[in-house]
Every structure is written in C-alpha cells, then in structure tokens.
Design a protein around this ligand. Structure first.
Ligand code: MRU
Length: 345
C-alpha cells in the first residue's frame, strides 16, 4: 500500500514530501495556503492531477484563514489566494481546472457557508480524481497484453495523481487482471522522478521494473525489448497534441520509428479544449540549477549556461491512443476529445 500523497486532515493538508523520496518518507502538515503554493512550486507535491487536488485544498485552507465576516472583502481576499495558486506552475491544466471549480464553489449566504462549501468542493475534486484514475486504468489495461514490457517516463503513479495513477495505474490494473507485465522506467533528468518515484512505486506493487537512463530508450527499442510506451500528460490540447515531462517527445518519435504503440493516459481534467494547438500550451522553464546540479551536487563547471524546459509537446501523429476515464480516444483526436473534454479555462 503506497503512502497517500495528499490528505485533508482536521483542516490541514498533509503531503508526502516527494523531494525526499525514496530515501525518507516524510509527511508535512501545511496549515497555511502560502506553504501549499510553495510545496507545489518546489515539487514536494507534483504531477498534474495531484497539483490540482493540492491547489483545491490549498484554496480551502486559504479561505479558512481569512478573518473578515464581510462577504465582499472575503471574496476579494479569496481571489488573491487563487491568484497565488494560478502562478505556481503553468503547464498542468488540472491546476486551472481546480481553481475554476473552486471559484464557482465560492458561493453561499455568508462567509462561513462559503468556507464550508470550498472544503466540500476540494474533497469532491479529490474524490473525482480517485474515481477517474481508477476508471481510466481499468479501460487502459485492455490495451496491455499478457507478457508485455512497457516503457514509462517521469512518474504517473498514485504520487502524481493523489489517486490510482494514470500510466502506472494502467500497468497496475493490467497486473490485477492477471497479466504478467514488466516495466522499463527512464530516470527522467533533471529531477529524476522516474528513478526516485516510479521505481519506488512499482517495487511496492511487486511489478518488475528496470531503471534506465533517458538515453538508453532507443537502444532497448531497437533490441525489441519494449512492447509499448505509456506516459501521463500535463495538458492535452483540442488537437491531441500533448504536453508531458521533457523527453516524452523524444520517446514518442523513437517509438514511432520502431513501430511501437505510444499511449497517453490522463483523466479528462487534463484536457484543455480552449487551446486548438498543443503549441499554445505554456511550457514551464525551471531553474538552470536543476540541470547543473543533481540533488544539490554540482556536476558542471561553475557558471556554465544551462536550459531547463520542464515539458515538451508530442504531436498527435505519434500518439496511438489517449486513455481517459470516459473512453479510449483515437485519431482524429479533435472529435474524440471534444466528446470527453471540457472548456473551463
Ligand atoms: O514536473 P512534474 O514532476 O510535475 O511532471 C509530471 C509529469 O510530467 C507527469 O508525467 C504528468 O503530470 C502526468 S501525472 C499523472
């Protein structure tokens, strides 16, 4: 049983600090919305659906800390809380879907009623992610055959979703269906989510996993060791172009060159129908220090220039199917995504 990534406990948010994994399992209790914003920015909580859930609870927390009983004043301060979350990380659309839902839930006769309504909405958002990730995992498992070896990138398990997982959820569900599956996990530089988190989660699930560096993926595809690639997503545009952890595009092109299916698994909260093209998705640029250092240790000459885009865009022609809780979508993506997606932002 994997420790819960996010939990709402007596009016506080308890998060498992993902930066300390796998060395230590440290839970941090956050009773201030600014600390939740910081936890998202510093990636103690990470993964698109989990960021959305954490922000929802964080907004409820922020609301509970507003002291005025005047409704207009309260709503003005609540708006500032929401703005702080909106500027925490730009790529995962689940964050903005959650903020929008919290905005709509901010109604009631008085401030106390609104505060309660916000906590209830955050709980609902969390519960819906749990249900959606379970459902999409069940559906996606149908694409996995007995004996498959899958390659996955970054971390798209329970830690990243505050639920069952997306890419890893599909793999777990396939195992639960009695299929023998094994996984190649890419380490995922610069922040090593694959090495630190995916291997940790899969080992706890008893799913055989082999850790490889990012640059080994092509070698193993050429050796015919990979039956399919499965990844999560941070935002899927209306045309099916998908933002996910940097390096995903490279894997998709490689999979295509080797005739290997490439699947994207994501709840419908990751779909953004307001963007007609994936190239409109904002790509987070993080500190160059994450590239020049590994876990605080310098690995490059001091003062070297480094770039650090955190995500890339995979064009739809490289994606064999998008697995959501409302169905498995195939080309042409625009039609299928319109059926299941939403237009919150
Ligand atoms: O920067 P991160 O670690 O938040 O990026 C996470 C990913 O890219 C995941 O693959 C994505 O959010 C899908 S999580 C189910």
């Amino acid at each position: 049983m994997i420790a819960r990534a996010i939990e709402w406990l007596d009016g506080k948010l308890r998060v498992l600090d993902q930066n300390r994994l796998p060395r230590e399992q440290i839970f941090v209790d956050l009773d201030n919305y600014r600390d939740v914003v910081l936890a998202i920015k510093e990636m103690r909580v990470r993964g698109a659906p989990a960021i959305g859930v954490a922000a929802a609870y964080g907004i409820a927390l922020g609301a509970s800390g507003i002291e005025t009983a005047n409704k207009d004043e309260f709503l003005a301060q609540l708006n500032q809380v929401m703005q702080a979350f909106a500027s925490s990380r730009p790529t995962a659309v689940n964050l903005f879907q959650a903020i929008n839902r919290m905005k709509k839930a901010a109604s009631g006769n008085d401030v106390t009623e609104i505060k309660n309504s916000l906590v209830n909405e955050a709980r609902r958002i969390h519960q819906e992610e749990i249900t959606a990730t379970r459902q999409l995992s069940q559906l996606g498992a149908g694409l996995i055959m007995d004996g498959f070896t899958l390659l996955t990138h970054c971390n798209a398990g329970p830690l990243a979703t505050a639920g069952y997982g997306t890419a890893l959820g599909v793999i777990k569900a396939a195992k639960d269906q009695g299929k023998r599956v094994s996984v190649f996990a890419t380490e995922t530089r610069p922040l090593l989510q694959g090495a630190r988190l995916t291997t940790w989660e899969l080992m706890q699930e008893g799913i055989p996993v082999t850790l490889i560096t990012d640059s080994m993926a092509g070698y193993f595809m050429q050796q015919r060791k990979i039956d399919c690639v499965i990844v999560g997503a941070d935002r899927i545009a209306a045309n099916g172009y998908t933002a996910n952890k940097i390096g995903t595009y490279t894997l998709a092109v490689l999979a295509n060159a080797h005739g290997i299916p490439f699947y994207v698994a994501a709840p419908t909260t990751t779909i953004d129908l307001s963007l007609t093209s994936g190239y409109q998705i904002p790509i987070e640029e993080r500190s160059p220090g994450e590239v020049t250092h590994i876990q605080g240790l310098p690995i490059a000459p001091e003062g070297v220039r480094a770039a650090n885009p955190a995500f890339d865009i995979t064009p739809n022609q490289y994606i064999s199917a998008i697995i959501t809780e409302k169905g498995i979508i195939r080309k042409p993506y625009t039609e299928g995504l319109k059926r299941v997606g939403s237009r919150f932002v």
